[in-house]
Design a protein around this ligand. Structure first.
Ligand code: C2E
Ligand code: MG
Ligand code: MG
Ligand code: MG
Length: 281
């Protein structure tokens, strides 16, 4: 047993070192990829649950190395955050997404959401970075929503983040709390934050089965609370028509998820919006 225990310690240590090596390689790879702009921005529609029309799109970054398949954000965002590389990468995503979205906004009134990390919000010039992305693209400030996770607003350093967000809201930019319900903030705390809407995490979307009824009461409570605070409501991770109908009946405004569309390329967004609007008239 003692020998086995020792083996376990060694292999754990090795695994740590392997993980460290992997992260170091990822940081080097990321830095080079940022220099070459080896990334693509895909977009996932947010639809009005009343008629399933696309009212907004969320920018989701993909790492697209020339010599391999695209790498999803779950595999590099945390490394980008820890190393600080999320600051230049996030600025690139913001500029790229504003340039893509301006035509969709002018033609179809569609809005844009962009994810922002805490590291970006700690930079003294974050507000300027956003203003420049808007000016360079011509996208009006009111057509942009920044998605921030709730921990950003509650943790230390929330002060700087809140200062930036308050200033940006003054020029018309909207702020959404992403992955709502997975963090630590109390629901009551929401009313003190500079935010316009919440995106309820996919973990709260009711599934079929015995837990269903309890899940429905939970998400109903969240939607009712958001509405009583005059906050917009979006649910992410809607995968079935039944879920979409239920969430609409519970009073949720917008939905996002594979049931409506997966994240798609900018070209595919063009086609989707043209087809969407052709159907509506
Ligand atoms: P998020 O902002 O919560 O984005 C939603 C994620 O859920 C996306 O994963 C999306 O593809 C996935 N998703 C959408 N609909 C469904 C569904 O019906 N079912 C399921 N199971 N999943 C669904 P993705 O694109 O892999 O992005 C993962 C996370 O990476 C994002 O979560 C966001 O936190 C982060 N991220 C992506 N792009 C950026 C970026 O440009 N900057 C920063 N800071 N973070 C980003
Ligand atoms: Mg998001
Ligand atoms: Mg989310
Ligand atoms: Mg989420």
């Amino acid at each position: 047993a003692k020998a086995a225990g020792k083996d376990r310690v060694v292999s754990f240590d090795e695994r740590l070192r392997a993980d460290q090596l992997h992260r170091t390689r990822t940081v080097d790879g990321l830095r080079a990829a940022i220099d070459r702009a080896d990334f693509a921005v895909h977009y996932q529609p947010l639809v009005d649950l009343r008629d399933e029309q696309t009212v907004s799109v969320e920018a989701l970054v993909r790492w697209t190395p020339s010599d391999g398949p695209p790498i999803p954000p779950d595999q590099f965002i945390s490394v980008a955050e820890d190393s600080g590389l999320i600051v230049p990468l996030g600025a690139w995503v913001l500029r790229r997404a504003c340039l893509d979205a301006v035509a969709w906004h002018h033609r179809y009134g569609v809005r844009l959401s962009v994810n922002v990390s805490v590291r970006q919000l700690r930079e003294p010039d974050f507000e300027q970075v956003v203003r420049e992305a808007l000016e360079a693209s011509g996208l009006p400030a009111h057509a942009l929503t920044l998605e921030i996770t709730e921990s950003v607003l509650v943790a230390d350093g929330g002060g700087q983040a809140i200062t930036h967000l308050t200033a940006l809201r003054r020029i018309g930019v909207k702020v959404a709390v992403d992955d709502f319900g997975t963090g630590y903030s109390s629901l009551a705390y929401l009313q003190h934050l500079p935010i316009d809407s919440i995106k309820i995490d996919k973990a709260f979307v009711p599934v079929e089965g015995p837990e269903g009824a309890q899940q429905v009461s939970l998400i109903r409570a969240i939607i009712d609370l958001a509405r009583s605070l005059a906050l917009g409501t979006v649910v992410e991770g809607v995968e079935t028509a039944d879920q979409a109908r239920l969430l609409h009946n519970l009073g949720c405004q917008l939905g996002q998820g594979y049931h409506f569309s997966r994240p798609i390329t900018a070209d595919a967004v063009e086609r989707l919006l043209a087809a969407d609007r052709a159907l509506a008239y």
